[in-house]
Ligand binder design. Structure first.
Ligand code: SAH
Ligand code: SF4
Ligand code: F3S
Length: 477
């Protein structure tokens, strides 16, 4: 996998102060002769969504800047960073169990430093738990404190006190170096945080209030990415429709205008965005998708439930009818659009009738893919305190029905690509067949086709020959 190093301007003095520790760590390593072959290794374990993946690329950028070298094996790392997720209980359990499994690494080599960041440790109770029950963890840092990692490491290496950072304000730290996992596909964060407070969701508590990066900084990063060979760029934010141009602009740059400006940049690339809240997906955004050739015709528009009663209890601020109207608008403007959704099963109080309304909206919306989750109570959110929590067996049974319907519709939707010529970005050698490449185009599912690996990172015209359950198959034309 290729790596890339981008440095943008540091805009605030506090971040500059934190990043100055990069130099201290680096020069100490140099003095000890720990460079080149002898350089210490870092290992990063990432849970959760694309925002976390993007943050981990910043963590990797910081590690590299400090003089550490990447390893895929935690056993040989001297710096282990775990980037956690808190969206469901399962995610937290997995993170805690991985962190637990690193104890023996620290036992073998006390010089190893283990740090934990991300959404889980942005909750005080979890940071406290790590402080109390995981004494081999040197530091934790909340989602707004990625820029503090060099200082935290510097302190740990000098035998300083264990530190648990919980910031009281969330800002945007520009200027953190980024080491990307892929050269041709890139995450580009345009905003952070969420103000929506859906009643089940922990994200607003662990990611803070919405704040947008300046359009200028985003365009600069996009330009650098494209120059470096990025072909597929995804604009990231919990709710990209709330993008407002950031504090340095005139605040009239909305998501549509931002997309137009990025598409106007020279180069052969595609643009995606994630995620849109149905209540805010604007006409202007839909028009931008329709008008801009570079924008991938894919809308991820999570519905969560098809029952108005449940949508209200979820604080989603739309009805099933309004949602379907929004979809009709999108399909009118972009007839071939791929539509995907997130759905929660077993929200407190969900009756069989409510659940059937969810199945009904799936049939009406005809999603290309659905990401479905059994409701998981999150301490501190309103839904966790609601009566009528749904027993696991009931949720599991509903989930099975939902999955079956989702797969059936997705298969039907996928058929439309058979016989078509599609422009695919060759991403990698297929995991199941070494003679095949896997790539992505407008369809949501990956496309497999026989081709030489030298094509990786480039666009290819592929004729789709078959639709399978998890992929499309095609041949190079
Ligand atoms: N900001 C995005 C994604 C948020 S988290 C959005 O609003 O669409 C991704 C998905 O996780 C959500 O869409 C929701 O379907 C699911 N999710 C969030 N909290 C959950 C919980 N407590 N239990 C189960 N699923 C949850
Ligand atoms: Fe969570 Fe709702 Fe915000 Fe999405 S919009 S991150 S589901 S609170
Ligand atoms: Fe998880 Fe945080 Fe993303 S809770 S889903 S990593 S925003």
């Amino acid at each position: 996998m290729s790596e890339q190093y981008i440095e943008s301007a540091v805009t605030d003095p506090e971040t500059a102060e934190h990043l100055a520790h990069i130099g201290s760590v680096r020069s100490r390593l140099e003095k000890e002769g720990r460079v080149g072959e002898l350089a210490p290794k870092y290992y990063i374990q990432t849970f959760g969504c694309q925002q976390n993946e993007a943050d981990s690329e910043r963590l990797a950028g910081l590690c590299a800047a400090m003089g550490y070298v990447k390893t895929a094996d935690p056993e040989e790392a001297e710096l282990i960073l775990v980037n956690t997720c808190a969206v469901r209980e399962h995610a937290e359990k997995r993170a805690l169990s991985i962190i637990g499994s690193y104890k023996h690494i620290k036992d073998k080599n006390p010089a190893v430093v283990i740090g934990v960041g991300g959404c889980m440790v942005t909750q005080k109770a979890r940071a406290d738990k790590l402080r109390g029950s995981y004494p081999y963890v040197s530091f934790t840092f909340d989602t707004g404190a990625v820029d503090r990692v060099p200082a935290l490491l510097d302190n740990a290496l000098q035998g300083g006190k264990r530190t648990f950072v919980l910031s009281d304000e969330w800002k945007i730290a520009e200027g953190i170096p980024i080491r990307r996992e892929s050269k041709h596909m890139a995450w580009l964060s345009i905003m952070y945080g969420c103000n929506n407070f859906c009643s089940y969701c922990i994200v607003p508590y662990v990611r803070g209030r919405e704040r947008s990066r300046s359009a200028e900084a985003i365009l600069e990063e996009a330009r650098a990415l494209i120059d470096d060979g990025a072909k597929d760029i995804t604009l990231l934010g919990q709710n990209v429709n709330s993008y407002d141009g950031g504090p340095y602009d005139d605040r009239r740059v909305d998501i549509a205008e931002l997309m137009h400006r990025i598409c106007a940049l020279d180069g052969d690339f595609r643009l995606r965005f994630m995620t849109s809240h149905p209540k805010d997906a604007s006409d202007r955004l839909i028009e931008a998708m329709a008008a801009e050739e570079k924008v991938v015709k894919h809308f991820h528009l999570p519905v969560q439930s098809g029952s108005d009663r449940i949508l209200k209890a979820m604080n989603r601020k739309y009805t099933a009818e309004a949602y379907l109207e929004k979809i009709a608008k999108i399909r009118a403007a972009v007839p071939d659009v791929s539509l995907t959704s997130d759905i929660i099963v077993g929200f407190p109080g969900e009756t069989e009738e409510d659940f059937e309304a969810t199945l009904a909206i799936m049939k009406a919306a005809r999603y290309d893919m659905v990401f479905s989750f059994i409701y998981s109570p999150r301490a501190g959110t309103p839904a966790a305190a609601m009566e009528n929590q749904i027993p696991r067996e009931v949720s599991s049974e509903r989930m099975e029905r939902l999955l079956a319907l989702g797969a059936k519709i997705a298969d039907e939707r996928n058929e439309r690509f058979v016989g078509r010529r599609i422009r695919v970005l060759a991403e990698d050698v297929s995991k199941t067949d070494a003679s095949m490449l896997t790539g992505r185009g407008d369809p949501v599912r990956p496309v497999h086709f026989a081709a030489d690996p030298s094509l990786i990172g480039q666009f290819a015209d592929v004729e789709i020959t078959a639709a399978r359950t998890y992929c499309l198959e095609g041949k190079l034309v």
